[in-house]
Design a protein around this ligand. Structure first.
Ligand code: NG6
Ligand code: CA
Length: 511
C-alpha cells in the first residue's frame, strides 16, 4: 500500500472518532512571501493600509518576536513543513524551478500529521520545494511522479517554484493546470531552446517589467525570468491574475471542506518579485508596485476571512499569518521599489533584509486568530520560531508522530494560543550564505564567517558576515549596531557552543 492510500484510510478512521468529540478547529496557515516585519500597518507601516490583516491582529494575538528558520524561501519552508532545520541537509538552498522534490515521500510533514489527525489538507500558491523525482528530468506534459500529494497534501494548486522562475504555469493534482496540448512545455536551467527570445537578447520584448539584475532568461508575459522555458500556451499564468487565481482556489477548497476539519497551507506569491499586481490594486498607495503587492496580499487575506465568515466556520478556525523570510526592496526588477519607499522600513526596526544574518533576514510578523479559544487584542513578545508550528499543531490534536520525525520542532501550543508567554530557549536562524545565528533571551549572536559585508550579486543588502563573533543586546540595540561580543566572552562561548551543536546535526544526518 503506498503512502497516499495509507493516509487516506488513516484519515477516514480518525474522522469518525473526531465527530463524537469537540469539533477540531480548522487550521489556515497563511505564509506570505518576502513580507517584512515592518510591511503591515499593524506592525507600524505608515505608507500602506492593510485593513484585513489589522483586523486579524485585533481579533487575535500579534507576535513581536517570531523567526523564520532561514532568510530565503526554500530552507524556511522546508523547516516549517517538516519540523527539521534546513541545514541538516545540503540540498535545501533556493531551489530552481526544475528541482526534484526535496521533501521525499518517506519524510513526515506537517500535512501528513494533519491528515492523520483527520483533516482534509491542501497546499495552494507558492511551493518552491521541488516537484517530480529527479532534478531537471520532469516531463511537464505528463502527471508528475512525485508531488505534494506524496507528503500529506490531499490537494494542491501551486507554482513549482517562484513567479520569477520557469515554468510559469500552475500545477494542480500533479499536472499542469489548463494544459494546452498545442503548446507542450519544455524547461531547462542549463540552456535556451532554439529560437526562443530572452531578456538578455531581446529587451524590446520586456513590455511589462524590465530586470535590474538577473531575470534575463526566458520571457513570459513581457517579463524576463530565471531559467528557460518553451511552450505553455494557454496554461501560462498572467502575473496580474496570480493572486486572484490562488485565492479563488483557496476559497473553493474551504467551501468544499466546510463540514469537516481542514488544514490549508495558503502560500501567497505576494510580495515576491516580479511584483505585478492586478490593475485594481495599483496606484492606491505611494510606494508603487511593492506597496500595491502588499495591498493585494491584504485583499487575499480578506477573501479567506470572508469565506470562513460566510460559511459560519470562522469561530472554530485557527488562522496563522506569517512570512517565509524578511523583506527585500530591489530583488531584480526595475519596479522603482527603492525610490518610492518614502521612509517606509520594510524590516521595521531591524537591520538587514532577506538573505541577511541580521534580524531583518528572519524576523517576521506572526498573527494567530481563533475566536473560539484565543482572547482578542493580545500582543505576545515571546521568542517564537516557525520550526515549532508542526509540533504545536500536533499537540492541538494529540497527534502521534512517527519516531524521528520533526526532530527540531517543539510544542509551544500554549504560547501560540496566548495562554502563556513561555518563550523558546533559543531561535536559530540561517542566512543565505548558511551562516547560523541565534536569538536567546535578549541576545542575538552571529557566528564568525569569511564572507564579505554586502551581497555582491544584485540586492543592496548587508550579509551580516564578519570574521569575528557578533553579539547584540536586542533590548537596548534592536538595530544590531553595537557589537558587544568582547564585553561578554561567556555569553559568546555559550552561544557558539549551541551553534556548534546545531551545526553538528548536519553531520549526524550524513552518517
Ligand atoms: C534570487 C533571485 C531573487 C529571488 C530569490 C529567491 C536573482 C538575481 N535573484 O536568486 O529574485 O528569486 O533568489 O527568493 O536571480 S525566495 O524568496 O524565493 O527565496
Ligand atoms: Ca521568500
Amino acid at each position: 500500500m503506498n503512502k497516499r492510500h495509507f493516509t487516506l484510510i488513516m484519515a477516514g478512521g480518525m474522522l469518525c472518532m473526531a465527530r463524537a468529540a469537540e469539533p477540531k478547529p480548522n487550521v489556515v496557515l497563511i505564509v506570505a512571501d518576502d513580507l517584512g516585519y515592518g510591511d503591515l500597518e499593524c506592525y507600524g507601516a505608515k505608507n500602506v493600509h492593510t485593513p484585513a490583516v489589522n483586523k486579524l491582529a485585533e481579533q487575535g494575538i500579534r507576535f513581536t518576536d517570531t523567526h523564520a528558520v532561514a532568510a530565503t524561501s526554500t530552507p524556511s519552508r522546508y523547516s516549517l513543513l517538516t519540523g527539521e532545520y534546513a541545514w541538516r541537509r545540503p540540498d535545501t538552498d533556493v531551489a530552481p524551478g526544475d528541482a526534484g522534490m526535496i521533501i521525499r515521500p518517506e519524510q513526515y510533514t506537517i500535512a501528513d500529521m494533519m491528515r492523520h489527525s483527520g483533516y482534509a489538507t491542501a497546499a495552494i500558491g507558492k511551493w518552491h520545494l521541488g516537484l517530480g523525482d529527479r532534478t531537471g528530468q520532469q516531463d511537464w506534459n505528463a502527471p508528475l511522479p512525485a508531488s505534494p500529494r506524496d507528503i500529506g497534501f490531499d490537494y494542491h494548486y501551486i507554482m513549482a517554484a517562484t513567479s520569477d522562475r520557469v515554468p510559469c504555469v500552475f500545477i494542480e493534482q500533479d499536472t499542469v493546470a489548463c494544459y494546452d496540448p498545442q503548446a507542450p512545455i519544455y524547461v531547462s536551467y542549463r540552456k535556451n531552446f532554439d529560437g526562443e527570445p530572452t531578456g538578455a537578447d531581446n529587451p524590446e520584448l520586456l513590455t511589462n517589467l524590465r530586470h535590474s539584475h538577473g531575470h534575463d532568461m526566458s520571457i513570459v508575459n513581457g517579463i524576463g525570468r530565471i531559467g528557460y522555458m518553451k511552450g505553455g500556451g494557454k496554461a501560462l499564468w498572467k502575473d496580474q491574475n496570480i493572486a486572484d487565481s490562488i485565492t479563488r482556489h483557496a476559497v473553493d477548497f474551504i467551501g468544499r471542506h466546510a463540514d469537516e476539519p481542514f488544514f490549508l497551507y495558503f502560500a501567497t506569491n505576494d510580495v515576491h518579485v516580479p511584483r505585478f499586481p492586478h490593475d485594481r490594486f495599483r496606484g492606491k498607495n505611494p510606494m508603487g508596485l511593492r506597496g500595491d503587492a502588499i495591498v493585494q496580499f491584504d485583499w487575499s487575506v480578506g477573501q479567506i476571512m470572508h469565506a470562513l465568515d460566510s460559511l459560519g466556520i470562522a469561530d472554530n478556525t485557527i488562522v496563522i499569518l506569517t512570512s517565509d523570510n524578511g523583506p527585500v526592496v530591489d530583488d531584480g526588477y526595475d519596479d522603482r521599489a527603492e525610490e518610492l519607499l518614502g521612509g517606509h522600513s520594510p524590516a521595521g526596526p531591524f537591520r538587514g533584509n532577506k538573505y541577511s544574518a541580521f534580524e531583518g533576514g528572519t524576523a517576521v510578523p506572526m498573527i494567530v486568530r481563533w475566536p473560539a479559544k484565543v482572547k482578542p487584542g493580545q500582543q505576545s513578545d515571546a521568542l517564537m520560531s516557525q520550526i515549532d508550528l508542526m509540533r504545536s499543531l500536533g499537540a492541538l490534536n494529540a497527534a502521534k508522530l512517527p519516531r524521528g520525525s520533526a526532530p527540531d520542532s517543539q510544542n509551544k501550543l500554549s504560547t501560540l494560543l496566548g495562554q502563556d508567554t513561555t518563550p523558546r530557549d533559543y531561535a536559530p536562524e540561517m542566512s543565505n550564505s548558511r551562516v547560523l545565528s541565534l536569538r536567546s533571551g535578549k541576545w542575538k549572536y552571529i557566528e564568525p564567517s569569511n564572507g564579505g559585508p554586502m551581497i555582491t550579486w544584485g540586492p543592496k543588502i548587508e550579509t551580516g558576515n564578519l570574521s569575528e563573533p557578533q553579539l547584540y543586546d536586542m533590548e537596548s540595540d534592536t538595530g544590531e549596531r553595537h557589537n558587544v561580543a568582547a564585553q561578554h566572552p561567556e555569553i559568546v562561548k555559550q552561544m557558539q557552543q549551541k551553534v556548534d551543536e546545531l551545526r553538528a546535526l548536519s553531520s549526524e544526518k550524513d552518517e
